[in-house]
Ligand binder design. Sequence first.
Ligand code: ADP
Length: 321
Amino acid sequence: MKRIAVLTSGGDAPGMNSCLRAVVRGALAEGWEVLGVRQGYQGLIDGRMDPLDARAVGGIVQKGGTILGTIRSPEFKTMEGRKRALENLNKNKVEALVVIGGNGSQSGAYELHKMGFPVIGAPSTIDNDVPFTDITIGVDTALNTVLNAIDKIKETASSHHRAFLIEVMGRDSGYLAMMSGIAGGAEFIVIPEVETDMEDIVESVEDAYRKGKAHFIAIIAEGAKPGTQAIADYLRGKELGFEVRMTILGHVQRGGSPTAFDRVLATRLGLGAIRELARAEKGKMVGLIRGETVATPLEEVTSTKKVLDLQFYRRAQVLER
Ligand code: ADP
């Protein structure tokens, strides 16, 4: 192998840069050259790739976002778009590609693999919804950002005897809501994976009031049904003892300097991707499974849905007392 390329794709996540740095420096240590592709798969289609040396990825281990940029590329979902991407890879004498991204990005990687191009994926997304890895790059940082907000909101909620509905990211995945709710000591957690009855929430608020709690905090995933606004409207129509307020945390959850955990995870997965390429492996994604970096065929990754540990969700309900 002489030359590889690397790209970041899909939703950005803190730690993408730490992973990129590990991929570049790991590859250089193997004696390979590295091209950095701008703006994810769209950059492949447009032929936007430049050499990255060790210095080019200096000073980024602690930076959120991605220095390569990322946009969604509908064009890459078409065979024509992917053919152009392949032509550019071949024209630039690239022999293998590392893709850092979420489920969609791993699907894109699998499509390239099926066209005969060697690809290795590394999972990054704050949703933690990629299978064959216990945790994805970026989740830990996002979780800590959410916790920081919950802790602050709790203080003001307690002072004013308020019920706060805090919406966190997760259109299809309740991981962030569940874990931040548990770690943040929320009274109620609403996630897309579990159907929730409005009256159960009302009961929980009334219960908190009766028990003399100074506040009520509910963590609601973006994609949960009922949604945050609907819950707020419903609760406002009741006599609950607490005034109701809602906060949508939004994109602050995507930013920020990656935590130590995310930096180490991203580094391990980045070096893991290089290790797989050095072993002439391809068409796989490197994940962290029970503490080990394990490569799983993209075919399996893209055909499996990660399921949330609902047993833990239910067990954790004993804490809402
Ligand atoms: P994420 O990787 O965070 O899940 P997306 O779902 O937006 O984000 O996927 C990122 C990019 O991956 C898309 O913009 C598209 O270019 C590519 N992609 C997603 N799904 C496929 C697919 N089935 N086939 C080919 N490319 C895909």
